[in-house]
Design a protein around this ligand. Structure first.
Ligand code: UD1
Length: 310
């Protein structure tokens, strides 16, 4: 994308700020973020970056912003990403994880804004307890938390509303994304940010279960590439795409690779399996591969990059 006006909600967060870093050189970017999980330091320093510390749930604010800026691309990345948080306050988080996204669609429709594409970021969480592997976009969904329910509903809403009113939209289902700027502050943060935090601070890392559980760990740069590809490709319209590597890696393997890369030994503790955790997860990404996506970061290469940037 070049010479475009881009809105990134949640742009100070992990995925949003990495996307902003990538797009800032050739575009004008507006970030709306309430800094509940994101950090202002994550944002690139540039006169082409306009930051608003604001909640996306403020419809009046969002409406004025959208009309004023006439965005070419809108990346809906703001969300309460902690599943546990959505379980403890489902109504509040629903306003952020679903209502706010619907409102953006509505404002684009009502004001007839000429957006080139709206991209909504969903999650592998929508597959929930479905044991089928690998997970395809056509696999049964089985959301089991308010987080996953809101992600799925927003996904459908963005796609179907887009179809109805001829607004180009696409939704992405991210798997376990990792990389620089991921916040390790919550116990529900992504496991790789927790491991890297333990390594940096020589603190104990707790494995839930035996460490043989597997995940499709996806390096942030591959996610940013996928987002850019989907925004620019006209075939990617009113569709949902998995974004991952298709390769499952166990926690034990990740720990081994991390130790080798860092030259440090991780002090481990073991606890019972976390309630509600799935054992194995990996994606089929043939759908986005057909558009030219190819994940470039193996787990070893990705962890090395990540470690070098810490
Ligand atoms: C991830 C998403 C979640 C989504 C799910 C869908 C994150 C943070 N969570 O959960 O929103 O519902 O995918 O597939 O991206 N672990 C430890 N020790 C720790 C933390 C985690 O052993 O301190 C283990 C967990 O028990 C789990 C694995 O690491 O088996 C991965 O955990 P996590 O990073 O939280 O991601 P998911 O559970 O896959």
């Amino acid at each position: 994308i070049k010479n475009s006006r881009i809105l990134i909600t949640g742009g100070a967060g992990f995925i949003g700020s990495n996307l902003a870093d990538h797009l800032i050189e050739n575009n004008e970017i507006v970030v709306v973020d309430d800094l509940s999980m994101g950090k202002i330091e994550n944002l690139p320093k540039s006169t082409q970056l306009h930051f608003f510390k604001h909640s996306i749930t403020d419809t009046n604010f969002m409406s004025k912003l959208l009309v004023k800026w006439n965005f070419d691309y809108i990346f809906l990345l703001a969300a309460v990403a902690s599943v546990a948080d959505t379980i403890s306050r489902p109504c509040e988080t629903h306003k952020i994880n679903q209502d706010a996204n619907i409102n953006v669609m509505e404002m684009v429709r009502v004001n007839k804004l000429p957006v080139k594409k709206i991209l909504f970021s969903s999650s592998a969480a929508v597959y929930g307890n479905n044991p089928e592997l690998p997970k395809c976009e056509s696999s049964a969904i089985d959301p089991i938390s308010p987080y996953a329910i809101d992600k799925f509903a927003s996904e459908r809403f963005v796609i179907d509303y887009g179809k109805l009113y001829h607004i180009p939209t696409v939704a992405t289902r991210f798997f376990n994304v990792y990389g620089p700027k991921q916040n390790p502050k919550s116990p529900y943060s992504g496991v790789l940010s927790l491991i890297s935090h333990s390594l940096m601070n020589d603190s104990i890392f707790t494995i839930f279960g035996d460490g043989k559980q597997t995940r499709d760990f996806t390096y942030i740069s591959d996610v940013v590439s996928a987002l850019e590809l989907l925004s620019a490709n006209p075939i990617a319209n009113h569709e949902v795409y998995n974004v991952a590597t298709e390769i499952p890696t166990s926690l034990n393997k990740v720990l081994k690779i991390f130790e080798k890369i860092s030259g440090k030994k991780i002090t481990l503790a073991y606890k019972n399996e976390r309630k509600g955790d799935i054992r194995d997860s990996y994606a089929d990404v043939s759908k986005i591969k057909q558009l030219g996506f190819s994940p470039r970061y193996s787990i070893t290469y990705g962890l090395k990059k990540y470690w070098d940037m810490l």
